[in-house]
Design a protein around this ligand. Structure first.
Ligand SMILES: [Zn+2]
Length: 118
């Protein structure tokens, strides 16, 4: 059975899907789900069984892995996720990461992995 935090967290996730852009259908599904979980994370409603920062195999792996990565990107530039979402209104390109943060998404992912390596 789901606890109250879990239920509210799921509502935040689903509410995000209502207003977020999806690159006109071109954005990776993992990124869409990651943004929804990022919003949930920032609301303080992350789930105890989510991965810790630095875990995962790919930046767009899905849900919590991507949410933690987006949190890292947003720490480099406050407002990053909002800017990324805005750019996704009419289409999607990995180059959006370069536009906003000056680094490719692959570079950001390896910086992220290096930062949290134990
Ligand atoms: Zn979802």
């Amino acid at each position: 059975m789901l606890g109250e935090i879990e239920i509210t967290g799921v509502l935040y996730h689903e509410a995000t899907h209502v207003w977020q852009w999806n690159g006109n259908g071109g954005a990776p599904g993992g990124l869409i789900e990651g943004i929804a979980d990022y919003v949930r994370l920032k609301a303080g409603l992350g789930s105890s069984h989510w991965v810790k920062p630095g875990q995962g195999n790919r930046w767009d792996q899905v849900y919590d892995v991507t949410a933690q990565f987006l949190d890292y990107c947003n720490s480099l530039r406050n407002g990053f996720v909002a800017e990324l979402n805005k750019k996704m209104r009419n289409g999607y390109s990995d180059h959006f990461f370069v536009d906003i943060l000056g680094k490719t998404v692959d570079q950001l992912w390896s910086d992220y992995k290096a930062k949290f390596r134990a």
